[in-house]
Write a protein that binds this ligand. Structure first.
Ligand SMILES: CC(C)(COP(=O)(O)OP(=O)(O)OC[C@H]1O[C@@H](n2cnc3c(N)ncnc32)[C@H](O)[C@@H]1OP(=O)(O)O)[C@@H](O)C(=O)NCCC(=O)NCCS
Length: 238
């Protein structure tokens, strides 16, 4: 149990704080503190960054002072979408793991799965090769999503001029439009770098197939990967 949950009964806010939260989230309730406690108990994700705790639930973030337990504000998540820099590369292990499709009802694979050479190639020595480009979504100092491309001999390889894309968000942040924003930003970055198309490989039964089609990807081939999953090879012209 983290310190915030342990101290949930110390949560309080000011009159101004309560008004701000009600206004930001158009909440039709009077007791903001009770509402925040409920969010805490159902939170998708919570993290302490510096002097604040950030509690995420259903596309909203609540900011709580970690020393006084004052609820400072709450608003809808609106991450900053920016180009990846060297210091972000460490987060790629997490996002590579999150990009692995887990069909509904199936158990998540062990984290060590990313060490398989066919998978690790997506991040190994990232930043050193032409075509190594990336963007991240950052909310309150925390990277919550990433999209990156590489020209590598992997499942979605087309040719030496077509960077292959991978993308994922942390689980609590999916389906709020952040993935679409990351994709549009990386398409822009690829165009600036002179690329005319980008590819990817996706399992046929991953709901992300529709996400890619909505963004202009087309299926160009179907094949089986190293463990027998049936995948689409998709291309997006830039
Ligand atoms: C795929 C992913 C990056 C999309 O980002 P996102 O922010 O969730 O997507 P957006 O909110 O921008 O777009 C939503 C669209 O994504 C699609 N989608 C993606 N994953 C979905 C899921 N698990 N369930 C339902 N729809 C999903 C839907 O088509 C939806 O469109 P709709 O709103 O018209 O129904 C994100 O869901 C994710 O990280 N998924 C897990 C990792 C993954 O599968 N990566 C791809 C590996 S090839």
């Amino acid at each position: 149990m983290n310190e915030l949950i342990k101290n949930i009964n110390k949560l309080h806010t000011t009159e101004l704080g309560a008004e701000r939260i009600k206004r930001n989230l158009t909440l039709g309730i009077d007791d903001v503190v009770t509402w925040c406690k409920k969010c805490l108990n159902k939170a998708d994700f919570m993290t302490q960054v510096g002097k604040n705790w950030y509690v995420y639930w259903e596309g909203k973030v609540i900011t709580i002072n970690a020393f006084s337990y004052t609820i400072i504000t709450a608003h809808k998540i609106s991450p900053k979408i920016r180009v990846m820099v060297n210091s972000d590369y460490l987060c790629l292990e997490e996002f590579l793991y999150q990009a692995i499709f887990v069909p509904e009802g199936m158990e998540s694979p062990p984290r060590s799965i990313i060490e398989e050479p066919e998978i690790f190639v997506y991040i190994h020595d990232f930043g050193l090769k032409a075509g190594d480009l990336g963007v991240v979504a950052e909310q309150n100092g925390q990277i919550i999503g990433a999209a990156w491309t590489r020209i590598i001999s992997a499942f979605g390889h087309i040719d030496e001029n077509t960077p292959e894309l991978a993308i994922s968000l942390l689980p609590g942040f999916r389906n709020y439009g952040i993935g679409t924003k990351l994709m549009n930003k990386i398409f822009q970055l690829l165009r600036i770098n002179g690329y005319k198309q980008t590819s990817l490989s996706v399992q046929k039964d991953n709901p992300a197939v529709k996400f890619y089609q909505d963004l202009g990807y087309e299926v160009v081939d179907e094949k089986y990967d190293h463990v027998g999953n049936n995948d689409y090879l998709m291309i997006k012209r830039l």
